[in-house]
Design a protein around this ligand. Structure first.
Ligand code: BEZ
Length: 221
């Protein structure tokens, strides 16, 4: 079965979570969404990731992105683990600011292609990898990344990517290497010079290159 492709409508799955049963599309409403999966509750790297995600939750909120985590344990385990996460985050009195999906039967992990065959539990069952899915307000998959269980993600990078996705959804631009909000962006190659001049009233500068081609066009969005 082919996995989810960018641009696909994200499945409207039903799941038990720490805030009760949800249907994914209803949970998202008109917001963007980020779903991030974890190998297991009460594991070290996952705990650092969930704590960082909690610390950055206001930043996701500012960008109108609803957060939801997933791990292959029960709601009861997730609730107990959430307390450890918030204690690790040095905010022991604050509840975890996003729900966690309980995928203890691994059904969703299989459906969404999230299992890591190289990492197994004591019973030899595969654990979930560190997947990230970003979904736009039309429920289309805009970003998918997959890290192995042994490599924690960078949640600042996820915010940076969301800034790029949201900007490029609005304007005919692309963000170059190491781009940060406020930096110059690039005019997409399919836009003619005349169209670019009309759209980008801040001006377009073209970097000269040996080929003489004029594809390196920068503008301030
Ligand atoms: C962790 O979260 O620390 C972890 C989980 C599974 C395999 C390796 C590391």
């Amino acid at each position: 079965m082919p996995g989810l492709l960018l641009g696909d409508t994200f499945p409207n799955f039903e799941a038990d979570t720490t805030i009760g049963k949800i249907k994914f599309h209803d949970f998202l409403g008109d917001s963007w969404g980020i779903l991030f999966s974890h190998p297991r509750d009460f594991t070290p790297v996952c705990t650092t990731e969930l704590a960082r995600a909690a610390k950055l939750s206001k930043e996701f909120e500012k960008r109108n992105v609803k957060m939801i985590a997933l791990s292959i344990d029960s709601v009861e385990d997730h609730k107990a683990w959430s307390k450890d996460v918030m204690a690790y985050s040095c905010e022991p009195d604050r509840p975890l600011p996003y729900p966690i999906i309980a995928d203890d039967k691994r059904e969703l992990s299989v459906q969404l292609g999230m299992l890591d065959p190289d990492e197994r539990d004591q019973q030899g069952m595969p654990l979930t990898a560190r997947c990230v899915f970003v979904v736009d307000p039309h429920k289309k998959l805009k970003l998918s990344i997959l890290y192995p269980a042994t490599t924690g993600r960078n949640f600042d990078e996820l915010l940076r990517v969301i800034d790029s996705l949201q900007l490029t959804a609005q304007k005919k631009v692309a963000t170059p290497v190491d781009w940060k909000p406020g930096d110059k962006v690039m005019v997409i190659p399919t836009l003619s010079e005349a169209e670019a001049a009309k759209l980008f009233t801040n001006g377009v500068t073209t970097k000269e290159v040996p080929s003489g081609k004029t594809y390196l066009r920068f503008t301030q969005p």
